[in-house]
Design a protein around this ligand. Structure first.
Ligand code: MN
Length: 258
């Protein structure tokens, strides 16, 4: 029975893939939806779609571990998803068990958690951020990705940064300059595209005090060493260069348009 369900889900995902008209993030959302018992396939990757049923759960990757080769290697993808991302999910669920009763209600979606971030302990911030950021990141890559963004996002990048190369330069700079572990982001902030970065597993949706980057994510890049050390060792710049070959611009545009 379980095998049948798994097979049905697989066939469903394959069917979605083969239509070619369904964008990457929708595919990923359909996977997430299957994971989290959500109802529709076209939900955009918003934190409110990350439902707490009995537990938060690890979403399946929308492609195989070796699908991003040679740009991002199979071993990195496998460990990153099945070990690192899984650990954020496991530790998020554990941290929720230790919350005061009044906070448990607020922990039922990542949206609520990020909205009230400063009320939660550090473990929820780190692991809730880790779960969302990685889910988003997987959906923002695809085999045979890269190229240049089209549509409204492409237009907005051109008008904000002058050229795609200038955008890439600024995003790569933000990725290089994040000291230690963190994420680089392209976000929509007050109707404008803004590039920035966050530390650790923080993200621009978290309502936190201070001057950190705020906005709605459009593109995200994990610059923790665990994201590139096996293949690139200490050469973060090489990893960033590889990322441009696997960006899922259709998924980024869906986030931008939502
Ligand atoms: Mn990571």
């Amino acid at each position: 029975m379980e095998n049948n369900n798994t097979r049905r889900n697989f066939l469903k995902q394959t069917a979605i893939l083969s239509t070619g008209t369904i964008i990457g993030s929708s595919l990923f959302n359909s996977v997430l939806a299957a994971e989290n018992n959500l109802k529709t396939e076209n939900q955009v990757l918003e934190p409110e779609n990350f439902d707490f049923q009995e537990n938060y759960s690890l979403p399946k990757l929308p492609y195989s571990y070796d699908a991003l080769e040679p740009h991002i290697d199979k071993a990195t993808m496998e460990i990153h998803h099945s070990k690192h991302h899984q650990a954020y999910v496991t530790n998020l669920n554990k941290a929720i068990e230790t919350l005061d009763k009044n906070l448990v209600e607020h922990s039922k979606s990542l949206e609520n958690i990020f909205e009230k971030m400063s009320k939660f302990p550090e473990a929820i911030r780190n692991n809730g951020g880790g779960h969302y950021n990685h889910s988003l990141f997987w959906s923002l890559m695809k085999p045979n990705g890269g190229g240049t963004p089209k549509g409204k996002l492409g237009d907005a990048i051109m008008s904000t940064f002058g050229s795609f190369d200038e955008f890439k330069k600024q995003f790569s700079d933000a990725s290089m300059k994040r000291f230690g572990s963190g994420w680089a982001w392209l976000v929509v902030q007050d109707g404008k595209l803004v590039i920035g970065s966050t530390a650790n597993q923080d993200n621009p949706l978290m309502r936190l005090r201070g001057k950190g980057l705020k906005g709605k994510p459009v593109l995200a890049l994990d610059v923790w060493e665990h994201a590139y050390y096996l293949k690139n060792q200490n050469r973060r710049a090489d990893y960033i260069a590889s990322f441009w070959n696997v960006v899922n611009w259709e998924a980024a545009e869906a986030l931008f348009n939502s």
